[in-house]
Structures are given as C-alpha cells and as structure tokens.
Design a protein around this ligand. Structure first.
Ligand code: SAM
Length: 369
C-alpha cells in the first residue's frame, strides 16, 4: 500500500524540454557536451515513472524538432539553462502546432490567441535568431498579457514578437491600409483558442481519468465524467468565449458555444489575404471541438472560395504519427481525418490534444503574389 501511495504521488509522465534556438541549440546541448550527464535512449516508455526510473537518460523526440524528454526526477528544475531561458518546459503535444505550422525563417506569422505564450515563443525559436520575420501575438485578456510579455522577454524574443495587447483577433483587419507592412504580409497563422480543456491532465496527480478513447474507431462522445474536474486547467477559465449566459448552460450547450467561437476564429484567419497555412489546436478530447470544428470550417464559404483544404502530406515530421482524427466525426472523410493529429492523455506523453493543418490549395497558392 505504501509503494502504491508513493507511486501515485510521482509525476505521471516524462518532463518535456524544448530547446530555445534564440539562446541555445540542439548541437550545443546534445553534441557538444552541455547535457553530457544524460545518455540518449530510444524508448520513451522508460521515462515514465516506474521501478526502472532513469533520471540520467534523455529521449530525443522524432516528431518535434528541438524537443527532449527526461524522467520527472531529472535534475532540471534549477538548471542554469532553465534560468536563462535557453530551455523551456513545455508539454509535448503543445509543441505540435508550431512544429506543424512550420514557418520559413523570414515569415510573417500570427499567433491569434497567444497568452501565456508557449506557442508564441516556440514560433520565435523556429524563426531563429537571424530571422527578418515577425510574429503578431494577439491576446484579448488584459490580465493574461502580462504572462505573455514575461514569456517573450524570458525567451529573448522581443525583436521578433509584436504583442497586440487586449485586442480581439476576430476584430483584426489585415485589409486596412495601416496593415500594408503588417498583418497583410502574414502567411502563417496559429490558432490555439479557448476550449473546454477536457484533455488536460496534471503532471503530478490524477485529476481525472479519461474514459473516452480519442482516436479509437467508432468513438463518439467520451464519457461525461471526462469533462468534469478540469475547471482548474489554464484554458478552461476562458468560458466567456461561449458568450453571455454560459454559466447557466449545460455542458453540451457550453461545448456548442465554444465550437461556434472556434469555427469563427478559423474562418477569420482564412480571410487573411496572403495566408497559406493555418494550424488549429485544442487541449480538448471532444470531437465537437475538434473534428467537427474542422469539418464546419472546411464547409464555410470562405474556405471554399479561397481554396482552403486539409491534406495529410502537410504533416511534416508527424506524418507517421499513429493517432489521427476520428473518421466518423469527419463525416467519413478519411483524408480530413488523416490530416488531424490527436494526442491521447498520458500514453502519448502528456495531455490530450488535437491539431489540424489547413493549407490553401496549389491553385490558390499559385495566384498569390
Ligand atoms: N497558445 C497559448 C499558449 O500555448 O501558451 C494558450 C492559449 S489559451 C488556450 C487561449 C487564449 O486565447 C487565452 O489567453 C484567451 O484569453 C485568448 N483569447 C480567447 N479569445 C480570443 C480572441 N478572440 N482574441 C484574442 N485572444 C483570445
């Protein structure tokens, strides 16, 4: 019983560490000896807390560039690289949107819903220290802008990131003449809007155990119990997006309202005149906020008119990732389901997550200046 209790108090999955290219790089850490006390291993399983706990091993993630996993006991919390911002603790799945957005070095990028800034700083790291590009980071909530500013400063990304504080992305207007050298030039857009947070699992204790099997064939609604107990998640406090009166709404109504907002934000991004690539992500396990939002967005007139599609060949490093969208929730469209990535809570390395990539089809892309 004692062993069981001490094991439930252990962190439940590996610690994920993203290398910040603005202050360090993979070569320096892994090949030139900075992390020489850690030996690389190929088996992520071994970094889950078990009897063969391995605090001196490191796993290099094949799916996300510059991402490493360590056993939760690895001595990293006070590591000097953490203090200087050269490494960032970030959940594995949360690194996937920027990895899939894959902006070229000098790209103009939007992070539409940016605070607390994990993905903004990841995008800055991907652009890198020599970039002439720019990231426009929108954050509507004034209180959360502070955290965003701090994250950008800690990452040394101030020169790359232009924060648009307290601005609703849905009101941004790239077609305004004042945006001629700003939003109008944006080609890549990352959308990580508020969601139910039903995929959030805590590192250090069981808050809830998902009973649904995201990604499993035939899955429709994960059990209701999987939504409960997530009110402390960082994004689950954003219910105001669900519109007035959300507090009295049932869980289903809330999900519908969130989904409505999520479709609107994708639609707005699709209107950016020079955009060619959009990622949409949630930390929800519900198809209602995931595949069904993707399908609704693809069926909007702006998507059809401007040639926005989803294609599995755009999944770059994740093209062999085994867990995809749920086909039934994509109205049986396998190509759309295959273009969506799902992360199952715990077993896939951390929180439950969903990411889809939209691209503007070749014909449309050829028409862009
Ligand atoms: N991408 C962030 C990260 O990885 O650190 C997390 C984003 S969190 C899920 C969603 C954020 O979007 C919240 O901070 C919320 O205040 C903001 N938000 C919601 N609706 C927005 C809107 N219409 N315009 C701008 N920001 C919005």
């Amino acid at each position: 019983a004692l062993l069981a209790r001490s094991q439930t108090q252990l962190p439940r999955f590996p610690r994920w560490v993203r290398i910040n290219n603005l202050k360090a790089n993979y070569d320096l850490l892994m090949n030139k000896g900075v992390f020489s006390e850690f030996t690389p291993i190929d088996d992520l399983e071994k970094l889950y807390p078990k009897r063969d706990y391995l605090p001196n091993k490191v796993y290099v993630d094949p799916y996300v560039a510059d991402l490493l996993a360590f056993a939760p006991s690895a001595p990293l919390l006070k590591h000097p690289l953490k203090k200087t911002g050269a490494i960032v603790f970030q959940d594995r799945a949360s690194c996937v949107p920027a990895q899939l957005l894959d902006p070229p070095r000098d790209a103009y990028v939007v992070d539409a819903t940016a605070a607390p800034g994990n993905k903004t700083t990841h995008l800055a790291s991907l652009l890198g220290p020599d970039s002439k590009g720019k990231i426009f980071a929108f954050e509507r909530d004034r209180r959360r802008v502070f955290a965003l500013k701090e994250a950008v400063a800690a990452a040394g990304a101030q020169n790359l990131v232009e924060i648009r504080p307290s601005v609703d992305f849905l009101r941004s207007a790239p077609w305004n003449p004042s945006e001629e050298n700003g939003l109008k030039k944006v080609t890549h857009i990352l959308l990580d809007p508020s969601c139910s947070g039903s995929g959030i699992v805590e590192r250090d204790e069981y808050r809830f155990i998902p009973t649904g099997e995201p990604g499993a064939k035939g899955t429709r609604h994960p059990d209701r119990s999987s939504i409960k107990g997530t009110n402390t998640s960082p994004s689950a406090v954003e219910y105001e997006d669900a519109g007035p009166g959300w507090k009295s709404a049932t869980e289903d109504d809330r999900l519908f309202a969130l989904a409505d907002f999520q479709v609107r934000i994708i639609e707005h991004a699709m209107r950016f005149p020079n955009a060619t690539r959009i990622t949409y992500s949630t930390c929800s396990v519900h198809a209602q906020e995931n595949e069904r939002v993707v399908m609704a967005a693809l069926n909007t007139s702006v998507a059809r008119h401007r040639g926005w599609v989803t294609e599995p060949r755009h999944l770059n490093r994740l093209k062999d990732w085994p867990r995809r969208g749920i086909v039934e929730e994509c109205d049986g469209n396998e190509q759309v389901a295959d273009s969506c990535i799902r992360f199952r809570p715990w077993t896939d390395g951390g929180i439950g997550f969903f990411v889809a990539v939209f691209i503007r089809n070749e014909q449309e892309r050829a028409r862009l200046p």
